[in-house]
Design a protein. Structure first.
Length: 325
């Protein structure tokens, strides 16, 4: 072969190898990147109808419980968009390190689930939390992952409107209220699930109190204690009484059976054999965090027990891909 013909072939070979390399490295994220850019331009988050989850650490491989929570919400609210904010993603949807992830492709395959990079400054912009965030020294905070997550959820729902859920909340049926809080007991209001319309004054007041009375060294002071003391103050009450929902101003206060049908000390009841529907008949969703903390092998329980039933019924894709085997 003549020398002058070798150079184009060499360039073509180098180009092909480079293209295959980058396709192999980036193909799992190309579709996500495209959707993020497209939806960001159009204004991805429609006000008051979003369902929000957040991962405020750099973690990039959500657990099966997290994926189940998101899938169950996507199925329960099939006519609404579910947004999963992840701090581990950069703005262009690349990741900080290469690895193989099962959860992200699974969630990306669900039509109404959108994975979005989490940027604290963007979430806190135009709220009382931004000056606090810009001054706080994060590496000196004892509970930074917790306090940043609590701040994030308040700003997120105030900014966009909709429902926030912690990633241990398994959805059972749609919550009909627009503005609501969930009680865990007669004394405690949860920050793990709540919903408000966009720019609701209660959330603004919570953010102002968050900053004014901030003490990151006290576990739970920012939330759920913050939400509890703010709603008690607003409603001029000292506790949440009775087994019925109540309304204060335009905020529905939902009794514990709706989200926390079992107390922490009753966690073993989740493992009782049989159909769990009777126990959770009045529940819009349930929190499984405590049971997963108590029993590390709960995911391997047979189908006669309640937790696998939740996965099979509420998040079958998660069960098949991440739990069954």
């Amino acid at each position: 072969m003549k020398p002058w013909m070798q150079y184009p072939l060499l360039l073509f070979f180098i180009f092909t190898c480079s293209a295959l390399y980058w396709m192999n490295m980036k193909s799992p994220w190309t579709l996500n990147s495209f959707f993020y850019q497209l939806l960001a331009v159009k204004g991805i988050i429609e006000p008051d109808i979003g369902i929000f989850f957040a991962e405020t650490t750099e973690k990039l491989e959500p657990s099966s419980l997290v994926v189940c929570a998101i899938e169950s919400a996507a199925r329960t609210y099939s006519n609404r968009s579910v947004y999963f904010f992840m701090k581990g993603f950069t703005k262009d949807m690349t990741i900080h390190k290469s690895s193989f992830y099962k959860a992200i492709p699974l969630l990306s395959s669900i039509e109404n689930v959108h994975i979005i990079p989490l940027n604290f400054e963007e979430i806190f912009k135009d709220t009382p939390l931004l000056p606090w965030y810009q001054k706080v020294i994060t590496h000196k905070e004892h509970f930074w992952a917790h306090v940043s997550a609590e701040a994030c959820k308040l700003a997120m729902v105030w900014k966009y409107g909709g429902i926030y859920m912690d990633t241990d909340i398994i959805s059972m049926k749609p919550i009909p209220e627009n503005n609501f809080l969930a009680t865990e007991s007669a004394q405690d209001c949860s920050s793990g699930v709540f919903g408000f319309q966009q720019s609701h004054q209660f959330l603004w007041d919570c953010m102002e109190d968050y900053v004014m009375n901030y003490d990151g060294a006290i576990w739970g002071r920012q939330s759920p204690h913050l939400i509890t003391r703010m709603i008690l103050k607003l409603c001029h009450i000292s506790s949440f009484q009775g087994l019925e929902d109540s309304i204060c101003n335009d905020i529905s206060i939902l009794y514990p059976q709706q989200f926390y049908p079992l107390q922490y000390h009753e966690w073993e009841k989740y493992l009782e054999a049989g159909e769990p529907s009777a126990t959770f008949a009045d529940s819009y969703a349930i929190s499984l965090l405590n049971i997963f903390n108590k029993s590390s092998n709960v995911m391997t329980k047979r189908s006669h027990e309640a937790i696998p039933n939740f996965f099979i019924k509420r998040c079958p894709m998660t069960y098949e891909a991440m739990v069954k085997n």
